[in-house]
Design a protein around this ligand. Sequence first.
Ligand SMILES: CC(C)(COP(=O)(O)OP(=O)(O)OC[C@H]1O[C@@H](n2cnc3c(N)ncnc32)[C@H](O)[C@@H]1OP(=O)(O)O)[C@@H](O)C(=O)NCCC(=O)NCCS
Length: 199
Amino acid sequence: MPFSFPPTIKTQRLLLRPWRVEDAPRMKAAIDANLDHLRAWMPWALNEPSPLEDIATRIAMFAEEFEAGSNGVYAIFSRDGTEVIGGTGLHPRIESGLEIGYWIARAHTRNGYATEAARALTESALTMPDVAAVQIRCDPRNIASAGVPAKLGYRHIKTFNDPDILVDGSPRATMVWQISAHDQHPHLRPAPPRRARRR
Ligand SMILES: CC(C)(COP(=O)(O)OP(=O)(O)OC[C@H]1O[C@@H](n2cnc3c(N)ncnc32)[C@H](O)[C@@H]1OP(=O)(O)O)[C@@H](O)C(=O)NCCC(=O)NCCS
């Protein structure tokens, strides 16, 4: 079932919207300036840097997926849209819900931006029909990433060995953090009551 991803999300300090093809040069600049920072934890970054045309093609694919409701990839900009802060997304990689991924350009880390973006995406996701839970997954060694769900009141439900994901050539563990539509948590706005599903 396709998801209705919000086309724009504004938070106190950030603007989240899908990347546009004309953003390709600044997306590339942000990735290329953060290669080591990203490669440490994000397998896709091992294939960077990419030529500008490839980035534009990737953005066009993200836009198609966004439109189709099959994958919600967002850019994170400063609220006025002038500066790339990072990237995030709502990904239907889990059963009965969505997974949030994120990266923040090194120069902007430790300002609470990942938490602010993930909070907004969590609140949006929990209002969507067919989203019973939202997860954030990270390597247990990625203290910075695990700090985000911890701050938002996600529960650490398990850690499993994921030998297929190789970042530095070694098997990697994955920590699973989850929040469900039934969870009441002071760090999130309460989700509106869920409508009963039609039979
Ligand atoms: C992980 C990442 C997105 C965090 O972004 P951020 O905007 O700096 O995170 P926040 O400022 O919202 O931090 C939230 C909490 O996480 C923890 N945290 C964040 N960075 C940390 C660090 N370097 N060391 C220890 N704890 C850290 C803290 O508890 C922090 O809250 P606090 O600042 O109030 O103490 C960023 O470091 C990044 O892009 N890393 C590389 C890519 C990556 O790992 N992505 C996630 C893959 S699962």
